[in-house]
Write a new protein. Structure first.
Length: 97
């Protein structure tokens, strides 16, 4: 399985099925049916989760977030990669090269 350090910006990412997602006071929370764990994705994490509902390239994801939020590209890339790495470790997303 790929780690985000190995990911290129053209890799496609998307949600894996089997998660129950809900909005709680502006933050996205999720229950993974597969592993029985709860996750608090936060506000921005919820936006990312929604954006990866369908396959999207990491580059497009970063560009979309930059257009919606006042964040520098390097900071955005680092935060997105860190978040995706966590989702990948928990088995919540899939990656297509």
């Amino acid at each position: 399985m790929l780690k985000t350090k190995e990911l290129a910006h053209n890799h496609l990412i998307s949600q894996l099925e089997g998660n129950i997602v809900s909005d709680m006071d502006g933050e996205t929370v999720m229950l993974s049916v597969h592993n029985g764990k709860y996750y608090n994705l936060g506000a921005i994490g919820g936006v990312i989760w929604e954006l990866i509902k369908d396959s999207i390239s990491i580059e497009e994801l970063i560009t979309t977030l930059q257009s919606q939020y006042d964040v520098e590209q390097t900071e955005c890339e680092e935060q997105v990669h860190s978040f995706l790495d966590q989702l990948l470790e928990e088995g919540l997303i899939k990656i297509e090269a």
